[in-house]
Write a protein that binds this ligand. Structure first.
Ligand code: UGA
Length: 425
């Protein structure tokens, strides 16, 4: 089939590249000329494992443009995959979505407009009305939310747990089904509003699990239990399951913080106070800051201390630092008067972290430091020669914000070690 994708960000690029890989003819359109030029030269502007290969393999089936007309020319399905960031009020900013909808030229043949961007429930209805008001009844509309995670996006797209399509007209859902014909996964057809809610509710369920296990971790710390063992023990219950029970310094990224805020705000705008989701968000904010308290207990005042932050991306396998816990942590440490040095194998911290010294290697960040904090669970950090690190640091103190390292081995290497929710000894 012939597909146009509006937006060459993480979601748009992965969507476009994977559809091309499935044999479709795809044109990806973005307003950013530099990005489109780079993509035409074969340069992929984001770090996403496997994406370079998929794009290279697609060859002529995947083209890039800044022109609306060129993208739409023969398209049967037009995907919207533009950003919907949080506004100051916590609502989703839909201005990029409206631009795409309003830029749609008058087309005589039938096409389907498919929403990949995460939008508030009810957006599809408003878009349908706006299309109808312009007389574009031949433009179908579906909500086809994405459930891919950064770092595993290509695999998640090709082998999803499910494909969800909310449509006003069953024929439009049929077109999306045909597009995904080569993907073996449950295909859920529903109404547009429910598809929009499935996306927000899925992310809300996941962040609730994370804040839940983080609070269990905090109680473990106060009572002498070990959250790693507790997570394993509860995860063996089939009704609970083992996924998303990793305690740490909180969730970040371009989706969870934004989407949980958007759902909270959507509920509030509809007159409902979403108590549980409010608590989940608040627990996450507090969790990012708990590391500072741990460091103070181990070092005393942080004024003048050198703290090494290991990992900056919001999770391993990506260069994305949007809403990363490292940003809040670095800000808090600087406010306490600490000198902050940071290292990440991929993410470019200098773009985000004013006042922080960016080190070229992990060892350079650790050299002479008073304490190290594991912020992102990169395998490179686990593979460091920690015996050697202990000799290089001014004080061998480690706060492991992701429970990446083995406490017994760290203590044997001479470290004062604290994880999240792990038994003291
Ligand atoms: C998330 C969802 O996992 C995807 O299903 C969804 O499609 C996507 O958001 C989206 O809405 O676009 P992503 O943000 O890429 O994907 O990353 P995750 O792997 O889910 O991690 C998010 C954050 O939660 C990270 O900061 C991670 O460290 C944290 N996390 C995750 C935990 O603290 N504990 C866990 O057990 C799992």
């Amino acid at each position: 089939m012939r597909v146009a994708v509006f937006g060459a960000g993480y979601v748009g690029l992965v969507t476009g590249a994977c559809f091309a890989d499935l044999g479709h003819e795809v044109v990806v359109r973005d307003v950013d000329e530099r990005k489109i030029d780079a993509l035409r030269r074969g340069e992929v502007p984001i770090h996403e494992p496997g994406l370079d290969e998929v794009i290279a393999r697609a060859g002529d089936r995947l083209r890039f443009t800044t022109e609306v007309e060129e993208a739409i020319a023969d398209a049967e399905v037009v995907y919207i995959a533009v950003g919907t960031p949080s506004t100051y009020s916590g609502d989703a900013d839909l201005s990029a979505v409206w631009t795409v909808v309003d830029e749609l030229p008058r087309i005589e043949r039938r096409i389907v407009l498919a929403m990949k961007s995460t939008v508030p429930v009810g957006t599809g209805r408003v878009i349908r009305d706006r299309l109808d008001a312009r007389g574009l009844r031949n433009v179908g509309y579906v909500s086809n939310p994405e459930f891919t995670a950064e770092g595993t996006a290509v695999r998640d797209f090709m082998q999803p747990d499910r494909i969800v399509v909310g449509a006003f007209d069953p024929l439009d859902a049929d077109a999306i089904a045909e597009l995904h014909a080569r993907i073996d996964a449950p295909f859920l057809r529903c109404d547009v509003a429910s598809a929009e809610m499935i996306k927000l509710a899925a992310n809300a369920a996941l962040v609730t699990r994370i804040s839940f296990i983080n609070e269990i971790a905090n109680v473990c710390e106060a009572t002498g239990a070990d959250v790693q063992v507790v997570a394993e023990g509860i995860g063996l219950d089939r009704r609970i399951g083992p996924a998303f029970l990793r305690a740490g310094i909180g969730f970040g990224g371009s989706c969870f913080p934004k989407d949980s805020l958007a759902l909270k705000q959507l509920a509030a705008n509809s007159g409902y106070h979403f108590q549980l989701l409010n608590a989940v968000i608040e627990v996450n904010e507090l969790q990012k800051r708990r590391v500072v308290g741990k460091l103070e207990r181990m070092l005393g005042s942080l004024r003048g201390a050198t703290i090494a932050l290991l990992g900056l991306a919001f999770k391993p396998g990506t260069d994305d630092m949007r809403e990363a816990p490292s940003l809040v942590l670095a800000g808090r440490l600087l406010a306490e008067g600490a000198h902050v040095r940071a290292w990440d194998p991929v993410a470019d911290g200098s773009r985000y972290l004013e006042g922080v010294e960016i080190a070229p290697t992990a060892l350079a960040a650790l050299e002479g430091a008073d304490a190290a904090v594991v912020v992102t669970e990169w395998p490179e950090i686990a593979e460091l020669d920690w015996g050697e690190v202990a000799k290089r640091m001014a004080r061998p103190v480690v706060v492991d914000g992701r429970n990446l390292l083995d406490p017994a081995a760290m203590r044997a290497a001479g470290f004062e070690y604290e994880g999240i929710g792990r038994a003291a000894e």
